[in-house]
Design a protein around this ligand. Sequence first.
Ligand code: HEM
Length: 424
Amino acid sequence: MAAHESTCVPKSRFGKWMDVRLPIGRLVHDQLVDFPTPRNLNYLWTFGSILSFFLMLQILTGIVLAMHYQPSAADAFDSVVRIDRDVNFGWLLRPLHAVGASMFFLAVYIHIFRGLYYGSYKAPREILWIIGVLIFVAMMAAAFLGYSLPWGQMSFWAVTVITNLFSSLDDVIPGLGTTVVQWLWGGYSVTGVTLNRFFSLHYLLPFVIVGLVGLHIWALHVVGQNNPTGVDIKTKSDAVTFYPYATSKDAVGIFGFMILFLWFVFFLPDYLGHADNYIPADPLVTPPHIVPEWYFLPYYAILRAIPSKLFGVIAIFSSLGVLLFVPWLDTSLVRSTKYRPFYKWFFWLLVLSCLALGYLGSKPADGAYVIWARVFTAYYFAHFLIVLPLMGLIERPKRVPGSITEDVLGPEGTAGAAATGKKG
Ligand code: HEM
């Protein structure tokens, strides 16, 4: 898997026997014990493990929830109420899964912006990044499908609004959009048939994500981890072993994030959801203000910023699609934004634009809200298509440390480490 030499020496007779047949022990040792990890990683590098933790938690809690959930229009809402009230520990299981989804997105947004800040998408990590974008899209699909399952008012109307977006394809080829929407619904409107297929796909997608995460980590272990300086590992003193150094730091990261997560689970389990989803789905009553979950709000703002439905949908897909090209749009020779004095400001402007779009997505689509949504949408695209390519050409970066060791110990420490040949 990785480009570093194996140091695994099986000791037991069984270990030796297995090693020539199915070397799982060697794989674990080389990838999770002895793997060279940059010694200067900060806590932002614990988010990959935090995400892996949430992926497992979502699957485990989801499997148990599915044992009690009824995917039919008549029973779905009541079955969820029964989980909350009657099922053993159901009161805990449901918030773990629902709040877990929110925390999963919070963690993935931090993970993505970490990658953007430190240039982790730049060569040779392009494939790793692209797989990440695919994971993100799959996560969005899984979350959207999952939100439909309680079959409350917001579930029902979110499904109606979002699936209806495909009807804009009628503007391209008359009849195409209507056909696609009816195919998605499994009928002429959103019904229990739609709910049933959404449940099936919601159960399936997390396993697709597991497969993609496997590829993501494989790609990561072939090229090695980036780090805050963006300089590759060159000597032994630049790296520490994955176990116990990275594993213990990851454990601290996971526990820290758990405090926030469990605080919501135990004290504010419904805070991140919408009160209208405690009203059973009613196709005859439209809620006054249909909003998606908080993690989709920036995309909702982009959609509504554009007057044409078709172009709104194209803009949403483009906002995700542009991420696939980031490795080639960034022309800078320096990876880490730490050494890019001008680009740094634009990076934070991008963060501000995404937060602003999130806020605007929660507001009604009229007046100044729409104008501002257009401004920030324009900046979002300009950032990737204009700022990123141009900045790399015109900006003069600061001096980048010669090595990771120099970044950590300074020039004198580097000389010392080289003289003793010490590791870590
Ligand atoms: C289920 C979701 C995901 C999981 C479980 C996951 C897991 C991981 C893990 C374990 C690492 C190594 C530790 C770390 O650098 O934090 C990593 C690194 C990375 N991930 Fe993800 N990831 C996910 C989603 C994404 C997404 C959505 C993107 C980008 C769009 C992405 C881009 C990257 C990049 C570029 C790295 C290399 C970072 C570096 O070495 O500096 N990941 N991921």
